[in-house]
Write a protein that binds this ligand. Structure first.
Ligand SMILES: Cc1cc2nc3c(=O)[nH]c(=O)nc-3n(C[C@H](O)[C@H](O)[C@H](O)COP(=O)(O)OP(=O)(O)OC[C@H]3O[C@@H](n4cnc5c(N)ncnc54)[C@H](O)[C@@H]3O)c2cc1C
Length: 429
């Protein structure tokens, strides 16, 4: 890895806030006089970051409430290590206490059930109503179960797991792997892109293989990918499967899953023959979290929400902003936790400016780094920088900025763990 690349990674691991923050013109005056009520739906990577930064950048002038049903934040990034067995759920779990105690964010443990964008009110499942001046939705993803009839019921979903929202399913899938006999086959089905975390499934294959290599050397990992080829860091993952996990991992592209026979543990595909598994892990096709539909902000393919990248305000509904995995991404922009954090900072700055009667920053810059753990210690990365293009009115990757690892290494593994600790602190401490 070049010195330049190493410096970029160190900066990006240690200073997740710097790119968005330093490029804000008028930073010194930012937040002066901003007041009003902001309601945020979802306390994940996008929502929690936006909450903290709106409070900080408005000098506490803006009231912020985050609605989140889960009692604690559980990170999807690094959750594949729980499947490998080198980490547990506690490692991924962070309290919401600092958001309230240090930053004065109201954390409301409830679910947003409906949104009245005319009256600017969020209705909660618990019965309360929260009025807003600006609403921020960062509800993550929901699964398109209707695409897989055999899994469109709760019993089937409790047996064929996705573990694509970290939490109880992560632990349950680990138990299925532990119970699988040596010599068994673990099948990982990947949906056609776009989906949450492009390299995530391939990292998962590595983590399960790492476990099998040590404990069940005759067991196999079979990746059945709906895409024609590996969608992220392809050569690096393929090298790991050919060398580190030789004889354990098999990759097959163009396997678009159409149904699952749950009792027979058999998957059916658009073209290929059926495949039987001992443990079946199905990552379903995805769309914006359901509450986005209630707000009327789903605009792209009945799945995702188009936004104005200067403010992350919906292109359709005024005063409603959308962040994270729920948005219709710009070219080259991944659906990642790091990117959701960056959306949140651009949006937080814009909301503070707008509520202070100022124009938003006209030249936002965002960055992304995605690490993938190949073993319990070694990692690879991909990183990119994305900048507003005023002619095309979108954000585009900056040519020559970013890149990928030359090879997996323990040094990158150290950076990956530092990245996780830093982003959890940046979001929630
Ligand atoms: C296995 C795996 C590995 C990954 N690895 C990485 C990685 O290494 N690096 C990386 O950058 N990204 C990674 N990601 C992707 C990352 O997790 C997502 O991109 C990120 O979580 C998106 O943030 P978000 O705010 O959009 O959604 P989330 O973080 O999922 O937050 C959404 C929140 O909204 C809440 N919510 C939903 N609906 C409602 C409602 N109606 N009312 C109230 N609350 C609601 C949910 O409970 C949830 O807490 C990984 C993902 C997976 C699955």
């Amino acid at each position: 890895m070049s010195t330049q690349r190493r410096e970029f990674l160190k900066t990006s691991a240690a200073g997740l806030g710097t790119v968005a923050a330093l490029t804000l013109p008028g930073c010194a005056t930012m937040g002066g006089g901003a007041s009003g009520k902001v309601v945020i739906v979802g306390g994940g990577y996008g929502g929690a970051t936006a909450a903290k930064y709106i409070r900080m950048w408005s000098n506490g002038g803006i009231d912020v409430a985050v609605i989140e049903p889960n009692p604690e934040f559980i990170s999807c990034p690094m959750s594949n290590l729980v499947l490998g067995g080198s980490k547990d759920l506690a490692f991924l779990t962070v309290s919401y206490d600092n958001l309230s105690r240090r930053h004065g964010v109201k954390v409301v443990r409830d679910t947003a059930a409906a949104i009245d964008t005319e009256k600017r009110i969020v209705k909660l499942a618990g019965g309360n109503e929260l009025p807003y001046d600006r609403l921020i939705l960062s509800p993550g993803i929901d699964f398109m179960w209707d695409k897989v009839p055999g899994l469109d019921n709760a019993d089937a979903q409790s047996r064929v797991l996705h573990a694509w929202k970290a939490g109880p399913q992560t632990v349950a899938l680990r138990k299925q792997l532990e119970a699988m006999p040596d010599g068994g086959v673990y099948v990982l089905s990947i949906p056609v892109a776009p989906y949450r975390c492009p390299p995530g499934p391939y990292e998962r294959a590595c983590q399960v293989a790492w476990y099998f290599k040590r404990v069940k050397p005759k067991a196999k990992v079979l990746i059945l990918d709906g895409n024609g080829d590996v969608t992220s860091k392809g050569p690096l993952f393929k090298k790991a499967w050919a060398e580190e996990y030789k004889g354990i991992v098999e990759y097959r592209g163009n396997y678009v899953l159409t149904d699952v026979y749950v009792a027979a543990k058999t998957a059916k595909f658009e073209v290929q023959y059926e495949v039987k598994a001992d443990v079946m892990n199905f990552v379903p096709p995805q769309r914006a979290g359901a509450i986005a539909r209630s707000a009327g902000v789903v605009t792209a393919n009945d799945r995702w929400c188009d936004v104005d990248f200067l403010t992350f305000e919906s292109v359709k509904v005024r005063n409603v902003h959308v962040l994270g995995d729920a948005i219709q991404i710009a070219a080259g922009m991944p659906k990642s936790g790091h990117m959701a954090n960056q959306h949140a900072k651009v949006c937080a700055a814009a909301v503070v400016a707008l509520l202070a009667g100022q124009p938003p920053n006209p030249t936002p810059v965002l960055n992304n780094t995605c690490y993938s753990m190949i073993t319990d210690k070694d990692s690879i990365h991909v990183c990119s920088v994305h900048q507003w293009d005023k002619d095309k009115k979108t954000v585009l990757p900056v040519p020559g900025a970013g890149g990928v690892s030359t090879a997996m290494s323990e040094l990158e593994g150290n950076y990956a763990f530092a990245w996780a600790k830093n982003i959890w602190a940046d979001t929630l401490a």
